[in-house]
Structure formats: structure tokens, C-alpha cells
Design a protein around this ligand. Structure first.
Ligand code: HEC
Length: 141
């Protein structure tokens, strides 16, 4: 199987798993619906190793299209097809709310995850997660 196909398969599999895990009657402890997801202050201090890399976002886009667009939408607006039934809904990555966060905070969220979004720590390499951060910056406006 080609690696792109297996990546897609992995993305779909993780979505399916997550959807199965988040039944409507499930109560997530301490995280009531509507509560804001805030990264710890220490995350702001994590340096983006690709901050000066003007091309890294291109690889980030590939990963995004394969693994994130299904929930967050192709333009990052939070309108992906698999996100429609989720609570909370996938974030609008173009919003001021997201764009005003530090690179470190966004990276921390991708790494840590929060149901119904997976943790990408094991699914993606460190570098791939930073490439995604750079691509999310491109989604601005
Ligand atoms: C299963 C659907 C799903 C997939 C796939 C997914 N996300 Fe999410 N994502 C969510 C949801 C839902 C939230 C909102 C969580 C919350 O606010 O409690 C979220 C939140 C986020 C946030 C935090 C936004 C904020 O409010 O600060 C970022 C950044 C993010 N996602 C990026 C990504 C990236 C990059 C990928 C691909 C590697 C991805 N997501 C894949 C559902 C998904």
C-alpha cells in the first residue's frame, strides 16, 4: 500500500474511533461543553524550530489535507464533513481566537489532543506537528 493511502486510512480510522468513543451520553470529567480549551502557560515558551523555515508549511498542508481537513475543513474554517456531528465542533483555525495563540500553544494542543480531537503525539513526528503549526498560520484571515 502506498504511504499516502495508509496515512489517509489512519486518519479515517482515528476519526471513526473517536466518534465511537464520544457517545452523546458520555460525560467528560471537568470539561463541560462550551468550556474553553487553554494551553498551559509553559506551552508559550516552546520554541518553534521551523520558525524561520519559509517552506515547511507546504509539507504541513499535505499532512493537514490528509488528517485534519476532514474535521476542520479544507480552508480551516471548522466545517469539515466529519466535524458536523461533534461536540464541541472543530475549531475555526482561521479565527482570531486561534491565531492569537503562540506557536507553542498550538503545537501543545496538536500534541496533547482533547476529545473528540486525538492526540497527534504518536501519530505524527515532532517536525510534522511544527509544519502543521506553520500551515495553520497560513490559514489566517
Ligand atoms: C475528529 C475531528 C478532528 C480532527 C481529525 C482534528 N481535529 Fe482539531 N479539533 C477538533 C475539535 C472538536 C476541536 C475543539 C476542541 C475543544 O475546543 O474542546 C479541535 C481543536 C483544535 C485546535 C485548537 C483550537 C483552539 O481553540 O485553540 C487546533 C490547533 C486543532 N484542532 C488542529 C488540528 C490539526 C492540525 C489536526 C490534524 C493533525 C486536527 N486538529 C485534527 C476536532 C478534530
Amino acid at each position: 500500500m502506498k504511504s499516502r493511502n495508509s496515512l489517509l486510512l489512519m486518519a479515517f480510522a482515528s476519526v471513526a474511533l473517536l466518534m465511537a468513543a464520544s457517545t452523546p451520553e458520555e460525560k467528560t470529567s471537568g470539561a463541560a461543553a462550551g468550556e474553553k480549551w487553554v494551553a498551559p502557560a509553559s506551552a508559550d515558551k516552546i520554541k518553534n524550530p521551523l520558525a524561520d523555515n519559509a517552506k515547511a508549511w507546504k509539507r504541513g498542508k499535505k499532512t493537514y489535507d490528509a488528517m485534519c481537513a476532514i474535521c476542520h475543513g479544507t480552508k480551516g474554517k471548522g466545517d469539515g464533513i466529519a466535524g458536523m456531528a461533534l461536540k464541541p465542533r472543530p475549531a475555526d483555525l482561521t479565527s482570531k481566537d486561534v491565531q492569537s495563540q503562540s506557536d507553542g500553544a498550538i503545537y501543545w494542543k496538536l500534541t496533547t489532543g482533547k476529545p473528540p480531537m486525538a492526540s497527534y503525539k504518536a501519530l505524527l513526528k515532532d517536525k510534522q506537528r511544527w509544519e502543521l503549526v506553520n500551515y495553520i498560520r497560513k490559514l489566517k484571515k
